[in-house]
Design a protein around this ligand. Sequence first.
Ligand SMILES: *Cc1c(COP(=O)(O)O)cnc(C)c1O
Length: 383
Amino acid sequence: LPVPHPSEALAGGRLTVDLDAIAANWRTLSENLRDGTECGATVKANAYGTGLAETAERLSQEGCRTFFVALPEEALHLRETLPDATIYVLDGLFPGTAETYAAANLRPVLNSVPEIEEWSAYCRTANTALPAAIHIDTGMNRLGLLPEMFAQVMADNYLTGPFTPCLLVSHLACGATPDHPLNRIQLDTFRAATADFPDIPKSLANSAGVFLGPDYHFDIARPGISLFGGKALDPGANPMSPVVCVEARILMVRDVAESKTIGYGGVETATRTMRLAIVAAGYADGFMRRAGSSDKRPGGFGWLDGHRLPIVGRISMDMMALDVTDVPETVARHGVFVELLGPNVAASDLAIYAETIDYEYLTGLGRRFHRRYGPLDTPEGRS
Ligand SMILES: *Cc1c(COP(=O)(O)O)cnc(C)c1O
């Protein structure tokens, strides 16, 4: 959550977040939903690295009313920013904290029988039927009640009588792969499990679910990654606007002779005389070591003034080397900021080299960077 961020002059890199682009992505998602479906927002993990308070405030201005976070601590921070929003805690009810949830008007997503028992007991004692969501496991096998258990629980007035089940939730395991058979199975299972409760609102769609079509939309969608410019579906182009730009400064520009190796382990050999820019971002800043390059396997890349700059050798903790051999010396020079992720370097592309997903890049970025909010393509963003 709140981390101290250095001034630009003292930081190795800077992270720019475009809140208007997040708002535009939310509008795009809303427009993709069938009539009557509310578009919520999932803002866990510091709004996927973009800043919880800033992002939630902007989305609220845009008309978003319902927010989903993972942890109660995140929910309490969000409550300070948005006194009137509906806030769901996806990780559920932590033992002994019902009073805290109630005081901050947070809604737990009850994921198991013990959580339901605890919320129920709290509401019985407090004598108020507080709202909570119930999570039904339709095939993810992570959190939630299996359909048979859900049916039993709903039939048990002692358990579910004292509180107000206000949302029935399930989560897609394979939404990113539209033709995966599990999507349809989960949809059918969710419909069957919830059929007896037409009056309780329902939610199945994360970002991918929004793009799987109206059958998946139900009453409220809870997209996360698409708001932040990530790629929800594996196939096809990404319709969302980029939201985050990470740039790091060039610490040094240097030549390397042919046949010399570059960086730790000597895993990449210069096949010609090369010029390298050493930039001040590494795996401690979220640039995963796995996206490094070797003689056997290409790595990720950066971007400068229309030039694609391949990573050369391993990524270190605080630095990486980029190939600027073909970039004019007046462009690739000491102190200049190079784009490492942003409009020209999609997190989803970088993720392929690191054998991960854009979610992991976004949520891991820039603990040591200067942070600013504004458009991604300001002139000062292209020094
Ligand atoms: C993270 C999460 C979301 C948001 O998913 P995206 O793929 O980022 O859109 C929605 N629902 C649940 C239960 C989640 O854990």
